[in-house]
Design a protein around this ligand. Structure first.
Ligand code: NDP
Length: 281
Protein backbone atom coordinates (compact mmCIF):
# COMPACT_ATOMS: atom_id res chain seq x y z
CA UNK A 1 0.00 0.00 0.00
CA UNK A 2 1.16 3.50 -0.82
CA UNK A 3 1.87 6.16 1.79
CA UNK A 4 -1.11 8.40 2.51
CA UNK A 5 -0.52 12.10 1.81
CA UNK A 6 -2.27 15.29 2.85
CA UNK A 7 -2.07 18.45 0.77
CA UNK A 8 -2.88 21.78 2.44
CA UNK A 9 -3.65 24.50 -0.10
CA UNK A 10 -5.23 23.98 -3.51
CA UNK A 11 -4.07 27.05 -5.36
CA UNK A 12 -2.47 26.59 -8.78
CA UNK A 13 0.52 24.79 -7.25
CA UNK A 14 -1.16 22.88 -4.42
CA UNK A 15 -3.68 21.47 -6.88
CA UNK A 16 -0.89 20.26 -9.18
CA UNK A 17 0.81 18.55 -6.21
CA UNK A 18 -2.43 16.83 -5.14
CA UNK A 19 -3.14 15.73 -8.73
CA UNK A 20 0.32 14.16 -8.89
CA UNK A 21 -0.03 12.19 -5.64
CA UNK A 22 -3.52 11.05 -6.65
CA UNK A 23 -2.35 10.00 -10.11
CA UNK A 24 0.46 7.97 -8.53
CA UNK A 25 -2.03 6.11 -6.38
CA UNK A 26 -1.27 7.67 -3.00
CA UNK A 27 -4.38 8.02 -0.83
CA UNK A 28 -4.70 11.82 -0.80
CA UNK A 29 -6.53 14.05 1.67
CA UNK A 30 -6.91 17.72 0.77
CA UNK A 31 -7.85 20.92 2.54
CA UNK A 32 -8.29 24.40 1.13
CA UNK A 33 -9.72 27.60 2.62
CA UNK A 34 -12.18 27.81 -0.30
CA UNK A 35 -13.54 24.29 -0.01
CA UNK A 36 -15.14 24.25 -3.50
CA UNK A 37 -11.67 24.02 -5.07
CA UNK A 38 -11.47 20.41 -3.83
CA UNK A 39 -14.58 19.25 -5.74
CA UNK A 40 -12.98 17.81 -8.88
CA UNK A 41 -10.15 16.22 -6.85
CA UNK A 42 -12.79 14.49 -4.72
CA UNK A 43 -14.37 13.20 -7.95
CA UNK A 44 -10.99 11.64 -8.73
CA UNK A 45 -10.68 9.93 -5.35
CA UNK A 46 -9.30 12.54 -2.96
CA UNK A 47 -10.80 12.93 0.51
CA UNK A 48 -11.82 16.44 1.50
CA UNK A 49 -11.06 17.28 5.13
CA UNK A 50 -13.39 19.73 6.88
CA UNK A 51 -10.62 21.26 9.01
CA UNK A 52 -6.84 21.59 8.87
CA UNK A 53 -6.57 19.43 12.02
CA UNK A 54 -8.59 16.68 10.32
CA UNK A 55 -6.39 16.93 7.22
CA UNK A 56 -3.14 16.82 9.23
CA UNK A 57 -4.40 13.82 11.18
CA UNK A 58 -5.19 11.88 8.02
CA UNK A 59 -1.63 11.14 6.79
CA UNK A 60 1.98 10.71 7.94
CA UNK A 61 3.14 13.16 5.24
CA UNK A 62 1.60 16.63 5.18
CA UNK A 63 2.52 18.78 2.21
CA UNK A 64 1.76 22.48 2.66
CA UNK A 65 1.62 24.87 -0.29
CA UNK A 66 -0.22 28.10 0.47
CA UNK A 67 0.41 31.72 -0.43
CA UNK A 68 3.08 32.55 2.15
CA UNK A 69 4.45 31.64 5.59
CA UNK A 70 2.13 33.91 7.63
CA UNK A 71 -0.86 32.13 6.01
CA UNK A 72 0.68 28.74 6.84
CA UNK A 73 1.24 29.77 10.49
CA UNK A 74 -2.35 31.00 10.68
CA UNK A 75 -3.88 27.77 9.36
CA UNK A 76 -1.55 25.38 11.26
CA UNK A 77 -1.88 27.07 14.64
CA UNK A 78 -5.29 25.57 15.52
CA UNK A 79 -4.10 22.19 14.18
CA UNK A 80 -0.82 22.06 16.13
CA UNK A 81 -1.84 19.15 18.34
CA UNK A 82 -2.53 16.96 15.31
CA UNK A 83 1.08 17.32 14.07
CA UNK A 84 2.78 14.97 16.53
CA UNK A 85 4.55 12.06 14.83
CA UNK A 86 4.00 13.40 11.31
CA UNK A 87 6.30 14.97 8.75
CA UNK A 88 5.48 18.47 7.53
CA UNK A 89 6.85 19.12 4.05
CA UNK A 90 6.54 22.87 3.56
CA UNK A 91 6.63 23.85 -0.13
CA UNK A 92 5.38 27.39 0.52
CA UNK A 93 7.67 30.19 -0.66
CA UNK A 94 9.42 32.02 2.18
CA UNK A 95 12.68 33.29 3.62
CA UNK A 96 15.38 31.15 5.29
CA UNK A 97 14.49 32.59 8.70
CA UNK A 98 10.82 31.80 8.22
CA UNK A 99 11.79 28.21 7.39
CA UNK A 100 14.01 27.94 10.50
CA UNK A 101 11.27 29.33 12.75
CA UNK A 102 8.71 26.96 11.23
CA UNK A 103 11.09 24.03 11.79
CA UNK A 104 11.43 24.95 15.46
CA UNK A 105 7.71 25.42 15.93
CA UNK A 106 6.96 22.10 14.25
CA UNK A 107 9.62 20.29 16.35
CA UNK A 108 7.99 21.80 19.45
CA UNK A 109 4.83 19.94 18.47
CA UNK A 110 6.61 16.62 18.02
CA UNK A 111 6.73 16.59 14.22
CA UNK A 112 9.54 16.35 11.67
CA UNK A 113 10.19 19.14 9.21
CA UNK A 114 11.35 19.28 5.63
CA UNK A 115 11.38 22.60 3.80
CA UNK A 116 11.23 22.84 0.03
CA UNK A 117 11.49 25.32 -2.79
CA UNK A 118 9.69 24.36 -6.00
CA UNK A 119 11.69 25.17 -9.12
CA UNK A 120 8.82 24.57 -11.54
CA UNK A 121 5.49 25.96 -12.65
CA UNK A 122 2.34 23.90 -11.96
CA UNK A 123 2.11 22.12 -15.37
CA UNK A 124 5.67 20.82 -14.84
CA UNK A 125 4.79 18.99 -11.58
CA UNK A 126 5.17 15.24 -12.05
CA UNK A 127 6.93 15.79 -15.38
CA UNK A 128 10.64 15.53 -16.25
CA UNK A 129 12.44 18.82 -15.68
CA UNK A 130 10.66 19.76 -12.45
CA UNK A 131 12.98 20.17 -9.46
CA UNK A 132 12.30 20.70 -5.77
CA UNK A 133 15.15 21.85 -3.52
CA UNK A 134 14.84 20.50 0.03
CA UNK A 135 16.49 21.21 3.35
CA UNK A 136 15.90 20.18 6.94
CA UNK A 137 15.30 16.58 7.98
CA UNK A 138 17.34 14.25 5.77
CA UNK A 139 15.52 11.37 7.44
CA UNK A 140 12.12 12.62 6.19
CA UNK A 141 13.59 13.15 2.74
CA UNK A 142 14.88 9.55 2.61
CA UNK A 143 11.89 7.92 4.29
CA UNK A 144 9.32 9.60 2.03
CA UNK A 145 11.37 9.66 -1.14
CA UNK A 146 8.80 7.67 -3.12
CA UNK A 147 6.11 10.29 -2.43
CA UNK A 148 8.42 13.25 -3.09
CA UNK A 149 9.67 11.74 -6.36
CA UNK A 150 6.09 11.75 -7.64
CA UNK A 151 6.11 15.57 -7.48
CA UNK A 152 9.50 16.33 -8.99
CA UNK A 153 13.16 15.41 -8.86
CA UNK A 154 14.38 16.16 -5.34
CA UNK A 155 17.69 17.62 -4.22
CA UNK A 156 18.42 17.74 -0.48
CA UNK A 157 20.82 20.61 0.24
CA UNK A 158 21.51 20.10 3.94
CA UNK A 159 20.19 19.96 7.49
CA UNK A 160 19.78 23.73 7.95
CA UNK A 161 16.04 24.19 7.19
CA UNK A 162 16.77 27.65 5.68
CA UNK A 163 18.96 26.38 2.83
CA UNK A 164 16.19 25.47 0.38
CA UNK A 165 14.52 28.88 0.76
CA UNK A 166 17.84 30.65 0.29
CA UNK A 167 18.73 28.74 -2.88
CA UNK A 168 15.17 29.09 -4.17
CA UNK A 169 15.23 32.87 -3.66
CA UNK A 170 18.74 33.11 -5.14
CA UNK A 171 17.55 31.31 -8.28
CA UNK A 172 14.38 33.40 -8.47
CA UNK A 173 16.49 36.53 -7.96
CA UNK A 174 18.62 35.57 -10.95
CA UNK A 175 15.47 35.02 -12.99
CA UNK A 176 13.79 38.26 -11.93
CA UNK A 177 17.03 40.15 -12.54
CA UNK A 178 16.91 38.86 -16.11
CA UNK A 179 13.23 39.86 -16.43
CA UNK A 180 14.04 43.31 -15.07
CA UNK A 181 16.89 43.63 -17.57
CA UNK A 182 14.52 42.61 -20.36
CA UNK A 183 11.97 45.19 -19.25
CA UNK A 184 14.64 47.89 -19.23
CA UNK A 185 15.91 46.85 -22.68
CA UNK A 186 12.39 46.92 -24.13
CA UNK A 187 11.70 50.32 -22.59
CA UNK A 188 14.90 51.68 -24.12
CA UNK A 189 13.88 50.45 -27.58
CA UNK A 190 10.41 51.91 -27.11
CA UNK A 191 11.92 55.40 -26.58
CA UNK A 192 12.87 55.43 -30.28
CA UNK A 193 9.54 53.98 -31.46
CA UNK A 194 10.62 50.32 -31.53
CA UNK A 195 8.02 47.63 -30.83
CA UNK A 196 9.04 46.25 -27.42
CA UNK A 197 7.25 42.91 -27.87
CA UNK A 198 8.88 42.19 -31.24
CA UNK A 199 12.22 43.41 -29.91
CA UNK A 200 12.11 40.94 -27.02
CA UNK A 201 10.99 38.03 -29.19
CA UNK A 202 13.20 38.59 -32.21
CA UNK A 203 16.33 40.17 -30.77
CA UNK A 204 16.61 39.91 -26.99
CA UNK A 205 15.77 36.22 -26.58
CA UNK A 206 18.26 35.08 -29.28
CA UNK A 207 20.89 37.44 -27.83
CA UNK A 208 20.42 36.12 -24.31
CA UNK A 209 20.59 32.54 -25.59
CA UNK A 210 23.87 33.38 -27.35
CA UNK A 211 25.47 34.87 -24.23
CA UNK A 212 24.10 32.24 -21.82
CA UNK A 213 27.33 30.16 -21.90
CA UNK A 214 29.21 33.19 -20.50
CA UNK A 215 26.99 33.10 -17.41
CA UNK A 216 28.77 30.05 -16.02
CA UNK A 217 32.02 31.91 -15.48
CA UNK A 218 30.47 35.23 -14.48
CA UNK A 219 30.72 34.66 -10.72
CA UNK A 220 34.44 33.85 -10.90
CA UNK A 221 36.96 36.39 -9.72
CA UNK A 222 39.51 37.65 -12.23
CA UNK A 223 39.53 39.25 -15.61
CA UNK A 224 38.17 37.35 -18.64
CA UNK A 225 40.79 37.75 -21.40
CA UNK A 226 38.37 38.40 -24.24
CA UNK A 227 35.99 40.69 -22.31
CA UNK A 228 38.08 42.61 -19.75
CA UNK A 229 36.19 43.97 -16.78
CA UNK A 230 37.44 47.51 -17.46
CA UNK A 231 35.88 47.38 -20.94
CA UNK A 232 32.63 45.94 -19.56
CA UNK A 233 32.38 48.69 -16.95
CA UNK A 234 32.49 51.35 -19.65
CA UNK A 235 29.71 49.61 -21.58
CA UNK A 236 27.59 49.43 -18.43
CA UNK A 237 28.26 53.10 -17.69
CA UNK A 238 27.20 53.89 -21.26
CA UNK A 239 23.94 51.96 -20.82
CA UNK A 240 23.24 54.04 -17.73
CA UNK A 241 24.10 57.30 -19.53
CA UNK A 242 22.05 56.41 -22.60
CA UNK A 243 19.08 55.43 -20.42
CA UNK A 244 19.24 58.76 -18.65
CA UNK A 245 19.48 60.60 -21.98
CA UNK A 246 16.34 58.75 -23.13
CA UNK A 247 14.56 59.67 -19.90
CA UNK A 248 14.63 56.20 -18.36
CA UNK A 249 15.64 55.32 -14.82
CA UNK A 250 18.74 53.12 -14.73
CA UNK A 251 18.66 52.04 -11.09
CA UNK A 252 18.73 48.39 -12.08
CA UNK A 253 22.09 48.59 -13.79
CA UNK A 254 24.23 50.38 -11.22
CA UNK A 255 24.40 47.23 -9.12
CA UNK A 256 26.10 45.42 -11.99
CA UNK A 257 29.18 47.44 -11.18
CA UNK A 258 29.21 46.21 -7.62
CA UNK A 259 31.33 43.12 -7.07
CA UNK A 260 29.59 39.86 -6.11
CA UNK A 261 31.88 39.45 -3.10
CA UNK A 262 32.17 42.25 -0.49
CA UNK A 263 34.31 45.03 -2.02
CA UNK A 264 38.00 44.75 -1.33
CA UNK A 265 39.30 46.41 -4.48
CA UNK A 266 39.30 50.22 -3.85
CA UNK A 267 39.10 50.84 -7.61
CA UNK A 268 35.85 48.87 -7.86
CA UNK A 269 34.36 50.74 -4.92
CA UNK A 270 35.28 54.07 -6.53
CA UNK A 271 33.72 53.04 -9.84
CA UNK A 272 30.53 52.01 -8.13
CA UNK A 273 30.36 55.27 -6.23
CA UNK A 274 31.00 57.28 -9.39
CA UNK A 275 28.30 55.42 -11.30
CA UNK A 276 25.87 55.57 -8.41
CA UNK A 277 26.37 59.36 -8.42
CA UNK A 278 25.84 59.37 -12.16
CA UNK A 279 22.61 57.42 -11.79
CA UNK A 280 21.18 59.53 -9.01
CA UNK A 281 22.57 62.87 -10.18
P1 NDP B 1 -2.32 30.64 -5.54
O1 NDP B 1 -2.45 32.11 -5.42
O2 NDP B 1 -2.85 29.97 -6.75
O3 NDP B 1 -2.95 29.92 -4.27
C1 NDP B 1 -2.80 30.46 -2.98
C2 NDP B 1 -3.23 29.44 -1.97
O4 NDP B 1 -3.08 30.02 -0.66
C3 NDP B 1 -4.70 29.03 -2.10
O5 NDP B 1 -4.85 27.71 -1.65
C4 NDP B 1 -5.37 30.01 -1.14
O6 NDP B 1 -6.61 29.58 -0.67
C5 NDP B 1 -4.36 30.01 -0.03
N1 NDP B 1 -4.52 31.19 0.84
C6 NDP B 1 -4.22 32.47 0.55
N2 NDP B 1 -4.50 33.26 1.60
C7 NDP B 1 -5.00 32.45 2.57
C8 NDP B 1 -5.46 32.67 3.90
N3 NDP B 1 -5.46 33.89 4.45
N4 NDP B 1 -5.90 31.59 4.60
C9 NDP B 1 -5.90 30.35 4.05
N5 NDP B 1 -5.46 30.08 2.81
C10 NDP B 1 -5.02 31.12 2.08
O7 NDP B 1 -0.74 30.36 -5.38
P2 NDP B 1 0.08 29.06 -5.87
O8 NDP B 1 -0.68 27.84 -5.56
O9 NDP B 1 0.57 29.29 -7.25
O10 NDP B 1 1.34 29.18 -4.93
C11 NDP B 1 1.40 28.53 -3.66
C12 NDP B 1 2.87 28.52 -3.24
O11 NDP B 1 3.61 27.81 -4.21
C13 NDP B 1 3.46 29.91 -3.13
O12 NDP B 1 4.26 30.02 -1.98
C14 NDP B 1 4.28 30.03 -4.38
O13 NDP B 1 5.41 30.90 -4.23
C15 NDP B 1 4.74 28.60 -4.59
N6 NDP B 1 5.11 28.37 -5.99
C16 NDP B 1 4.21 28.64 -7.00
C17 NDP B 1 4.60 28.52 -8.33
C18 NDP B 1 3.67 28.82 -9.45
O14 NDP B 1 4.14 28.97 -10.58
N7 NDP B 1 2.38 28.90 -9.23
C19 NDP B 1 6.00 28.11 -8.67
C20 NDP B 1 6.80 27.77 -7.55
C21 NDP B 1 6.37 27.93 -6.26
P3 NDP B 1 -7.98 30.01 -1.46
O15 NDP B 1 -8.11 29.05 -2.59
O16 NDP B 1 -9.03 29.86 -0.42
O17 NDP B 1 -7.78 31.43 -1.89
Amino acid sequence: TKTAVTVLGLGAMGRALAEATLAAGHPTTVWNRSADKAADLVDRGAVRAATVAEAVGAAPVVIACVLDQPVLCEILDPAADALAGRALVNLTNGTPDEARRMAEWVAGHGADYLDGGIMAVPPMIGEPGALILYSGSREVFDRHRTVLDVLAEGDHLGADPGLAALYDLALLGGMYGMFAGARHAAALVATVGGDPVRFVEQRLVPWLNAVMPALSGSAEAGDPADSPVAMQRIAIANIIRASREQGLPADLLAHLLAPIAPPTDPQITDDVRRLADLTIG
